[in-house]
Design a binder for this molecule. Sequence first.
Ligand code: GLA
Length: 718
Amino acid sequence: MKNRILLLTTVLSLLACVSYAQKVIRISTDNTDLILRTAPDGRLHQSYLGERFLAESDIAHLPMGKEVYITHGMEDYFEPALEAHFDGGKSSVVLAYVDHTVNTLSPKVVETVVTLRDELRAIAVRLCYTAYQEQDVVKMHAEIVNEGRKPVELVRYASSMLHFRSSDYFLTEYSGDWAEEATMTTTPLTFGKKVLDTKLGSRASFFTSSQFILSLGEQATEHTGNVLFGTLAWTGNFRFTFEKDQEGNLRVISGINPYFSNYELKKGETFVTPDFIYTFSSKGMGEASRHLHRWARKYQLHQGEDDRYCLLNNWEATYFNFDEEKLDHLMGNAAELGLDLFLLDDGWFGNKYPRSSDNAGLGDWQATRDKLPGGVGHLTATAKEKGIRFGIWIEPEMVNPKSELYEKHPDWVIHQPDREEYYFRNQLVLDMSNPAVQDYVFGIVDGLMTECPDLAFFKWDCNSPITNIWSPYLKEKQTHLYVEHVRGLYNVLERVRAKYPDLRMMLCSGGSGRIDYKALSYFTEFWASDNTDPVARIFIQYGYSFFYPAKATCAHVTSWNRNASVKFRTDVAMMGKLGFDIRTDEMTDAERTYCKEAIANCKRLAPVIWDGDLYRLVSPYEGNHAATQFCSPDGQHAVVFAFDIHPSHAERLQTVKLEGLNPQTRYKVEEINLMPGQRSRLRGNGSTYSGDFLMKVGLNLFSEGTMQSKVIELKAAD
Ligand code: GLA
């Protein structure tokens, strides 16, 4: 008997050895596979990333591929994912597979955690993957554990490394500036490195945001091509490295930017890197966007499945020049238009140093007495009387040197103590790594909410990048500041969300200088740009539409570009989360009537525009026109937005084919958002067509006029 048990144990351990050598980890969604395998030496490789395999047995035929999380100091010749320095100057790391677990978090969400360890250096890495199966989205990050007795210095600590092998690669990147956000550029990747990064600290995505589109083989279109959308959920310095080697292999390394960010990991400590999120599609960019939007609404965006408030903002209407009477009046206008909320912008606070321009008051969050004698309470009460909600602007992580806060706490500010202060928009960044500053920032929201529990909305701004980096709090750990600053911000946002889960909050940063999916787990929406010229907005909103759903993308009607009609400006804004920032008194009666109707339409069509699927029918980058369609998930209801920007003379206009409809269903097609008395120029307006016809032949969406727009509703008629 004893012998038999011995034999059985030997066979089992032999089997364990064999299976150890052949470990296959399959991270699947409904349409994609990421396949990892261990080599005979126990090191983990990425064998595949792409369309999902039909037969499990085929996986055995895959080549081993590149190591999954390449470390510094070994045999690899290119950029590593991990570089760690150990006591005594050693720095190489070899990671071998230890084990992995698979947990079903909810019926269609599966988490896989793979543990790798270095036998020599007491360092372990956990690679964590969450697969959202229905949306084809994978969220991944790395956790680096110091298992030794001495501190370890992390020099590079990527969230993810992905490998590709394809004939060609095309990278679409985002660049911009204030009022020029989300410009898309696509270029082929050639040998060597392409780096997209930022070192701005806060307002980190001022010049480039943390997202990219990678086409494999051929450049993807809306309907064709193998394409990966990637984005890093980190509200600070990020870096994407795309490196193509001499054999044409591409690695994509995503994570916190290691610039001035060496991080000392103490004994027993774990460094959790931010999430890298990707979706892969073999059917082009349209599908990838729709998947990402569905995922964001369901799992990531704060209150992603709830409705949004259409609001009137006073920034462009008054700038700093307002008083109680003016605001009461504007609130009346908001109510008249049928809006849900009035948003009071910058300029309401500061007493010793009133905020009457952007060079004073930031940090002193008490209402200015002579401007607003009744305080914020009076304003929330007026809003209530008028039947709307009230929201308010804050910029809580910043300070003007001309403020009581700065006088009291100069040590709360980030700047090199022996250098002259450098001001961006006359302000400095508070040191969010300091817990006392975190308490203070949380206290701004908490204080306002306690004083005025009816406050329903915050616009949370952040106008300055970090300059002259030095934290009085962190002392000798200065290279932790970029990371701890962001973690400090998250601590505050966690506390805000724990106490005020229903509060709607707009993420703003002098436009969209701060935008990523971690921030959006706390915010319900983001301000896409201070540039509200509708023509520029068509491009900016188009750019963001690849990654962010319409309900998260705030778009306001303002007075920028008065050559464009109020209708054109409103029709553009209605493709996002519609709001107004305009003196409605200065509108004509016809414009006001039109706006009321557009607002009513926006709310009625919210299930289609805000919660439906997006189809980019015509890109503004392609020429003189643009068109976007939203469609309810059941295909019964759709809205098409069509814009003529600057048509050229005698242009031959083509019909535009619609998408996402049911071929058999018949749809009544009707132009909406018409100015009072305006006759529709849509050919076939009011007619009924089959989905089949609309998708094969389409509609005459465009005209030869400059800055003309059409909004067309399609409703299943059967
Ligand atoms: C930033 C925002 C604007 C406005 C101003 C107020 O620039 O992007 O929308 O709130 O601040 O100072």
